[in-house]
Design a protein around this ligand. Structure first.
Ligand SMILES: CSCCC(=O)C(=O)COP(=O)(O)O
Ligand SMILES: [Zn+2]
Length: 231
């Protein structure tokens, strides 16, 4: 399919249309410090179409016409705005869609980055943030194919991967972490941020909010000398 004249893919009066939703979500995320200075972003899968933001732009100022649209099966771009390049996070978003996600959010939240600095790097072992007995853990699903969310006494585990010089080079380690932690809906990237995905936009957003709350709390707990887990 020619990439020209595909504007119908991004033109809609419906605020829930992915092209509109990515813009409104990123404007909200900017106010939380999640996507400032062009970092971070959001991608949505809508049936066989993947909506992707441009790379290196102010994410809070994007317009629907800035959006790239990819056909999921073929990985071909159906719409490619000539003035932009697609987000460097695209292969990572696709890795989440390959796991059944409907939306993937990447933030550069300082709370997420601080957590990756507080969990020590253990060479030869996969690093992981762990916390339990915090009410907000109930905002995170038990795992893919499992019913319901974690309970108060469950332990939340979020794997941490090492950062790379270029965002797209994170794909291999992100995919590996997804395989090592099949129940996870998020992967932290050391000194960088986090990728959070969900079955749909609502779940990706609320999970991202719950995790950010937990990370902020965990940083404060560490400052106060309080443990994240019972042992
Ligand atoms: C200052 S942002 C550096 C790149 C990055 O980490 C990021 O998340 C943004 O990538 P994009 O290509 O979507 O602008
Ligand atoms: Zn990033």
């Amino acid at each position: 399919m020619a990439e020209e004249n595909q504007d119908h893919l991004i033109q809609s009066e419906d605020p829930q249309h992915p092209a509109n939703l990515i813009c409104t979500l990123c404007a909200k995320f900017y106010t939380l410090g999640w996507v400032t200075g062009t970092g971070g972003g959001t991608s949505i899968r809508h049936h066989d179409h993947i909506y992707i933001a441009p790379s290196g732009v102010q994410k809070e100022l994007m317009k629907p016409e800035d959006m790239f649209v990819m056909e999921y099966e073929s990985r071909n771009y159906l719409r490619r705005p000539s003035v932009h390049k697609p987000s460097a996070c695209t292969p990572l978003f696709l890795a989440a869609f390959d796991k059944g996600a409907g939306c993937c959010i990447h933030t550069h939240s300082q709370w997420a980055v601080l957590i990756t600095l507080l969990v020590e790097r253990d060479f030869g072992k996969e690093a992981c943030f762990e916390i339990e007995e915090i009410e907000q853990i109930k905002g995170i699903p038990k795992g893919r194919g499992k019913q319901g969310n974690l309970g108060y006494y469950d332990r939340l585990r979020i794997p941490i991967i090492e950062n790379t010089a270029h965002e797209e080079d994170l794909t291999e380690s992100l995919t590996k972490a997804m395989e090592s932690y099949p129940d996870t809906y998020a992967v932290l990237v050391r000194r960088h941020g986090i990728y959070v995905w969900g079955d749909n936009v609502h779940k990706a957003k609320t999970q991202c909010e719950s995790l950010d709350y937990i990370f902020q709390l965990a940083v404060r707990m560490k400052e106060l000398g309080l443990p994240w887990t019972k042992q």
